[in-house]
Write a new protein. Structure first.
Length: 64
């Protein structure tokens, strides 16, 4: 049971500190008012941002 709690805390930390901030920044750049209040939008935008970053790194490694 303790491992589940640790995993939950780690997952929450990653979402709040790694995924959402780039999403909020991107929403702010495109003119969304109060992007910090748009929880789901910042989550999905942050996921899309990191997916794009991973794709770019993958393309660089393969030499596309």
């Amino acid at each position: 049971m303790d491992d589940d709690k640790e995993a939950s805390v780690l997952f929450e930390f990653l979402v709040e500190n790694v995924i959402k901030p780039p999403g909020q920044w991107l929403l702010d750049q495109i003119g969304v008012p109060h992007p910090h209040e748009q929880e789901m939008a910042s989550l999905f935008t942050g996921l899309a941002f990191w997916a794009f970053v991973v794709f770019l790194v993958f393309a660089l490694v393969l030499g596309w």
